[in-house]
Design a protein around this ligand. Structure first.
Ligand SMILES: Cc1ncc(COP(=O)(O)O)c(C=O)c1O
Length: 401
């Protein structure tokens, strides 16, 4: 079956990679960028870079306006209530670290933080380290065999001691949506704060943080076809007000003396120093581009490619898929074959997939594995990419077995 991508030509890097015989299937790690983003960066740098929120001059006003336009676009993209809920960070990881430091004063010894067994290190280690600093317990919600957080266990483990729940929307290893409404309801019933790691989820469909009802939602621009070095922290106003300032410097200050200072509220109070200006402007251009796409058509295309991928993998002998992937990606291992050897042979044939623990070491260990191969899709992939992957996989397995 031929599944061409109508959006492939919008991403010049895909054609460039094809000229180098490279097939890019590592989109859960980072994505290629649309021409609209390249044009926005070229325009910004070619017409005069300036710092934001501080200069009186015209270039400064232009940069500030373009920067704040992106805040408006992110607000709309997430269906947040207003721009004051959108803090720019350097990525999902820095947003989660901001939360773990900014909320530190909210915890007392013996309090519990609840995460799940599938968390990326970015949504595990900041909480683990916070728990160590403050003498808290880190409670880990188990998964069922499909890779979905077990709601019965969650109902037992989320208790009056739970002060915060932090979970992923879509696993970067298993490709499984998590039952967020039910989990968030359990946490809210205990008056716990809720954090959603949307690093993978944001890429697939539109997400409404108001409807979701979480306190905080984080994502990285670079996984959503935007520039790297930029992330977003959405926070409900009441939740943002509970954050302590954690990085100090220019632009986040209200009044400063040698011995003391007062600080701005969110969002600027949490954007100390010069932010990634070009990156934020580029994210705005990317969101404008994505807004022109038919989201249902994108979902249908990605869904059809995913089915092709899963069916092909299931037809091959000795492959074990991790969990029951629903979309976007699949991780697998091959009996008797080391994932690094397989990845090496795929790389030699121009197939860019990821091998290893995918920054979720505890999850891989729970499967009794040190690593797995992950194939991850984006809207510009097509069925030929998948055919090339399978040709390379078959050749590699013939050599390795
Ligand atoms: C589920 C999930 N959370 C968090 C992150 C961290 O994102 P970043 O490295 O862009 O900060 C990733 C990156 O792979 C991820 O997949």
């Amino acid at each position: 079956m031929l599944l061409p991508s109508p959006w492939r030509a919008d991403f010049p890097a895909i054609a460039a990679m094809q000229r180098q015989d490279q097939t890019y299937l590592d989109n859960a790690a980072t994505t290629q960028k649309p021409q609209a983003l390249l044009d926005a960066l070229q325009h910004y740098y070619a017409n005069g870079a300036a710092n934001v929120h501080r200069a009186q001059h015209l270039p400064g006003a232009h940069a500030t306006q373009a920067f704040e336009n992106t805040r408006q676009k992110v607000t709309q993209w997430l269906n947040a209530s207003d721009c004051g809920q959108i803090v720019f960070t350097h990525g999902a990881t820095s947003a989660l670290n901001l939360l773990a430091y900014g909320l530190e004063h909210q915890f007392s010894q013996g309090d519990e933080i609840v995460i799940s067994a599938l968390e990326h290190h970015a949504n595990l280690l900041p909480w683990q380290q916070l728990a160590q600093r403050k003498g808290l317990s880190l409670v880990v919600l188990p998964l069922d065999t499909d890779g979905v957080i077990d709601l019965e266990a969650a109902a037992r483990l989320i208790t009056p001691r739970t002060r915060l729940l932090a979970v992923s929307q879509l696993s970067n290893v298993l490709g499984v949506w998590q039952p967020l409404p039910a989990l968030l309801a359990l946490a809210k019933a205990q008056n716990a704060l809720t954090v959603v790691d949307g690093a993978q989820g944001i890429v697939h469909g539109r997400h409404d943080v108001n409807a979701l009802g979480c306190d905080f939602y984080v994502f990285s621009s670079h996984k959503l076809y935007g520039p790297d070095g930029v992330g977003v922290l959405f926070g409900r106003h009441g939740a943002l007000a509970r954050l302590q300032h954690w990085q100090f410097g220019g632009e986040m200050v209200q009044e400063a003396d040698y011995q003391s200072a007062t600080f701005r509220p969110a969002p600027l109070g949490f954007e100390a120093g010069t932010p990634p200006i070009a990156g934020v402007i580029g994210l705005g251009a990317t969101l404008s581009y994505l807004s022109t796409l038919d989201q249902a058509a994108v979902a249908a295309h990605e869904g059809a490619l995913h089915t092709l991928l899963i069916d092909g993998l299931k037809q091959r002998q000795g492959l074990r898929l991790l969990g029951s992937p629903q979309l976007a990606l699949v991780s697998f291992v091959v009996e008797g074959v080391h994932n690094a050897d397989l990845a090496h042979l795929l790389t030699e044939q121009g197939i860019a997939v990821r091998a290893g623990h995918h920054c979720a070491m505890p999850l891989l260990k729970s499967f009794g594995l040190a690593g797995a191969i992950r194939v991850s899709l984006a809207l510009y992939n097509d069925s030929q990419d998948i055919e090339r992957f399978f040709d390379a996989l078959d050749q590699a397995l013939e050599l390795l077995r």
